[in-house]
Design a protein around this ligand. Structure first.
Ligand code: ZN
Length: 91
């Protein structure tokens, strides 16, 4: 896992944020500057799946916010034909 930080607008809310690549470049761990948003890890396949689903993204904001600065991390991934969003303990 590399710790290089990339600057990019937040996937969920488009605010200033940065991310590091995780899971052998298959996921991104975002840290967002928006007070209504927060911190989450999302897989590239989930990003593809959710690209135009703004309703779902906005539902994830409070969960990401809840994880900011805590022991938990919001993990967003593809599970079967749907998307799974769960808070898991940090590794
Ligand atoms: Zn955000």
């Amino acid at each position: 896992m590399s710790n290089i930080k990339f600057s990019e607008s937040c996937y969920l809310c488009n605010s200033d944020s940065n991310y590091i690549k995780t899971d052998h470049d298959k996921s991104r761990h975002y840290l967002c500057s928006n007070e209504s948003c927060g911190e989450y890890e999302i897989s590239l396949s989930a990003m593809e799946r959710l690209i135009d689903n703004n309703d779902f993204k906005s539902q994830l904001l409070p969960l990401a916010k809840r994880c900011k600065g805590t022991d938990g991390l919001l993990e967003i991934s593809v599970r079967g034909s749907g998307i799974e969003a769960k808070i898991r303990p940090r590794a």
